[in-house]
Design a protein around this ligand. Structure first.
Ligand code: CA
Ligand code: CA
Length: 249
């Protein structure tokens, strides 16, 4: 294990995570020794994100990370959806472009015009073009989400059973070094809620663990260069991160 967060101290580790909250009605609450997705009902779909603060994975090396999830089988009338997910976003040109370029595995529950479901889904966004690639039925409320990457093959593996190709539910080829042309990618944890109130215990993530990878601390590297110009640039990047992260993730 290279890095982990068990959320047991009930407060955000700000050297590890940035918070992006798009709506006051949907929030992450690090409480009860886990990362809870919470909301009030009158929302039209909003996400809230913990994304890596100034660190990421080099795409020159394999990497793997996971997190526990829980999505309760709550049922209420009406049109709603909620989900918890783990994913990666592209880091390029000094900014985290998680809204425009991301890949994620999501645990979702919904009741809408398409019926009702309790599913896993794989979602991918490149240059802002969002694709919901695959959906499969989910039979359990709790489990583990896994993301792993084979650097030689440039293949990303998404799974609810384990790491690497043998456990892959979905394989995304040619994305990180191919389509994204990215040397570094940034992990994130996220919740998404539409039109439902989530109470404590309804949906949460826990036990984020990086099991392998080459971690780079890109912001610290920049800071260490010591140039005032660089520091200004870094602040600009950080501000831009907030706006660039303003998409769904
Ligand atoms: Ca915990
Ligand atoms: Ca914490």
């Amino acid at each position: 294990m290279l890095l982990s967060d068990d959320f047991n101290d009930n407060s955000r580790n700000t050297s590890m995570w940035n918070l992006l909250q798009k709506s006051p009605n949907v929030w992450l609450d690090e409480t009860n020794q886990r990362l809870e997705v919470r909301s009030i009902a009158d929302v039209n779909g909003a996400s809230v994100v913990y994304y890596a603060n100034g660190w990421g994975f080099l795409t020159a090396s394999n990497f793997s990370f996971k997190a526990d999830f829980h999505d309760s089988s709550i049922t209420v009338p009406g049109n709603y959806a909620f989900g918890t997910m783990i994913g990666i976003g592209k880091f390029g040109g000094g900014i985290v472009t998680t809204a425009n370029d991301n890949a994620a595995i999501e645990v979702q529950r919904y009741v809408d015009q398409n019926g009702n479901g309790s599913v896993f889904d794989y979602e991918k966004t490149t240059d802002g073009n969002h694709v919901q690639k695959d959906v499969k039925t989910r039979n359990q409320d709790s489990g583990i989400l896994y993301i792993s990457y084979d650097a030689n093959k440039d293949e990303l593996y998404l799974s609810d059973t384990g790491y690497w190709a043998a456990n892959a539910w979905d394989t995304i080829p040619g994305l990180l070094k191919g389509e994204w042309n990215s040397n570094v990618v940034v992990p994130f944890l996220s919740g998404y809620v539409r039109n439902i109130a989530l109470n404590s215990g309804d949906a949460y993530l826990d036990n984020f663990v990086v099991d392998s990878g080459t971690i780079v601390y890109y912001e610290k590297q920049k800071s260490l260069e010591g140039a005032t110009k660089e520091e200004k640039q870094l602040k600009k990047w950080n501000r831009r991160n907030e706006s660039v992260m303003g998409g769904r993730y």
